[in-house]
Structures are given as C-alpha cells and as structure tokens.
Design a protein around this ligand. Structure first.
Ligand code: HEC
Length: 125
C-alpha cells in the first residue's frame, strides 16, 4: 500500500514537471504568433491597399500618371478600355509600360474605384 502511495506521488510530481516542460514550446509559439500578427497589422497599415483608391493611387500610380492623373490618360477611351489597362496592363510604343494590376491583386471592383478616382482628379484640374 505504502509503495503504491509513493509511486502515485512520484507520478503526479513527474506529471507536473512534464506539464511545465510542455508549456514552454506552447508559450514560444504564442509569442511568435503575437509578433507575427502585430507585424502583419503594421504592414497592412503601412502599405497602401487597392481598396483605398486615393491612397493606392498616391502610392502606385502618381509616379507615371501625375498628381492629378493628367499624364498617360487618353480621355477618348471607353471605361472598358481603362479597366482593361488597369487589370491587364498596356504596352505603349515606348516604355514605361502600364503594369498589369490584376496580377498584383487588384480586383475588377477595385479597378473601377481607381478609375473613378482618376476621373475625379482630372475633373478637378
Ligand atoms: C510605370 C508607369 C505606370 C504606372 C506605375 C501606372 N501606369 Fe497606368 N499607364 C501607364 C502607361 C504607359 C499607360 C498607357 C498610355 C498610352 O497608351 O499611351 C497607362 C495607361 C493607363 C490607363 C488607360 C488610359 C490610357 O490612356 O491608356 C489607366 C486607366 C491607368 N493607366 C491607370 C493606372 C492606375 C490606376 C495605376 C496605379 C494602380 C497606374 N495606371 C499605374 C503607365 C503607368
């Protein structure tokens, strides 16, 4: 009886020790996860998203199209042609080329938002 009792105590002591050992990797994993989530949030805030046309235009399009979308924008084209240019890109006779933003994750809906924003900038000139 007594031996069994001691054995039981040892078992529990060992169990407690083992549990503590097991919580260390779990703690590290949680810490890493927290760091990753915080890093992801900082990145999402720092990088312009195509869902925000004004910020995205400023970050990605101004360099070629100008602050007021006054450059490289033929007012005679149709909306379908503009949207095609945004999503699939366009190669004029001389570089630079219009990049295909569909490949960079811009959706058709977001391309419409960008086009509307460009038109707004142009009409404000
Ligand atoms: C590297 C330079 C460059 C960047 C960056 C760029 N574009 Fe363009 N874009 C062009 C060129 C060049 C054309 C073609 C102009 C032509 O056909 O003469 C064009 C054409 C277009 C057109 C069609 C209008 C036309 O006259 O062909 C739209 C709309 C457009 N871009 C929107 C955007 C948007 C929105 C962004 C940002 C998400 C963007 N562009 C980023 C260079 C660029």
């Amino acid at each position: 009886m007594e031996v069994a009792h001691i054995g039981g105590e040892r078992f529990f002591a060992k169990g407690g020790f083992m549990n503590r050992i097991k919580t260390i990797p779990v703690g590290i994993a949680l810490l890493l996860l927290t760091v990753l989530v915080l890093f992801g949030m900082a990145r999402a805030q720092g990088e312009a998203q195509p869902s925000d046309p004004a910020a995205y235009f400023k970050a990605k399009c101004v360099a070629c199209h100008g602050q007021k979308a006054e450059k490289k924008f033929d007012p005679a084209l149709t909306d379908d042609q503009y949207l095609d240019a945004i999503l699939k890109g366009k190669k004029p006779e001389k570089p630079p080329n219009m990049p295909a933003y569909g490949e960079k994750g811009v959706t058709a809906e977001q391309a419409k938002g960008l086009l509307e924003y460009m038109k707004q900038l142009r009409s404000a000139q």
